[in-house]
Design a protein around this ligand. Structure first.
Ligand code: FMN
Length: 214
């Protein structure tokens, strides 16, 4: 029986990366690919590493949906508050999620983790981004944080996939737009909560193809 934690990474004082708004209702633990070492096993390289930063659990819950959509044997989940460049480098396929704070800024734990990415060699890796935001209250900076993460990954040499149509959202401006597509999946739990699950399902099914998993 595999007793690996659902969310991987080293514990930091005062943080419980495993918590979600709904509680940990995922059925049992996922298999860990690496057991905390810095060297990728062949199995880990083939899995998807999902990294998220979340303040009020929205992005954490979305990350768990993404994990479930890939299948818990096919992906590992990390809270960026506990993750390092070495964790990222274990995976060839990567997904990164942040929520949006301030006026288009990154989620708090990303302020540190973005510098971990500066130490990571992402050449030859394929990556996708998702972000949570609020298109009504923060209509002029909707999911701007997704652009910051996307551009950092690109700068570090990753090949970015996973763009998502902006149709179905109403907002004034977003730095995360390229024409009529977001650079990754935009989610809005405040105003479109009931669309989150279907958006994640569709996005992950596209990612499977773009990641060369089918
Ligand atoms: C103070 C504050 C600032 C925010 N700024 C933005 C913003 O600039 N753009 C945006 O799209 N959403 C913004 N939001 C909305 C959050 O990103 C949204 O509530 C998100 O679901 C939080 O995700 P989390 O629970 O994973 O942290 C803001 C929310 C708060 C409370």
């Amino acid at each position: 029986m595999d007793d690996a934690p659902l969310v991987h990474g080293k514990a930091r004082p005062g943080r419980d990366a495993g918590a979600t708004e709904a509680g940990d209702d995922m059925p049992g633990p996922i298999r860990s690919g690496g057991g905390g070492g810095d060297t990728a096993t062949g199995r880990e390289r083939e899995k998807v590493g999902i990294f998220f930063g979340s303040t009020s659990y929205g992005t954490a819950d979305a990350a768990r949906l993404i994990l479930a959509a890939f299948g818990r044997d096919a992906a590992d989940l990390y809270d960026v508050a506990r993750a390092s460049a070495a964790d990222v480098e274990r995976y060839r396929r990567l997904v990164f999620g942040t929520s949006t704070w301030g006026d288009g800024g990154l989620q708090h734990d990303w302020d540190t983790f973005i510098h971990e990415l500066d130490r990571a060699d992402l050449e030859g890796k394929v990556a996708a981004v998702f972000a949570l935001g609020d298109q009504v209250v923060w209509s002029k900076s909707f999911v701007d944080s997704m652009r910051t993460v996307h551009d950092k990954l690109k700068e570090r040499g990753a090949h970015l996939v996973g763009s998502w149509p902006s149709e179905g959202y109403t907002f004034d401006a977003s730095r995360a737009l390229d024409g009529d597509h977001f650079v990754g999946l935009a989610l809005d739990k405040m105003n479109q909560r009931d669309l989150t699950a279907s958006r994640v399902e569709e996005w992950v099914s596209r990612l499977r193809r773009e990641f060369g998993m089918e």
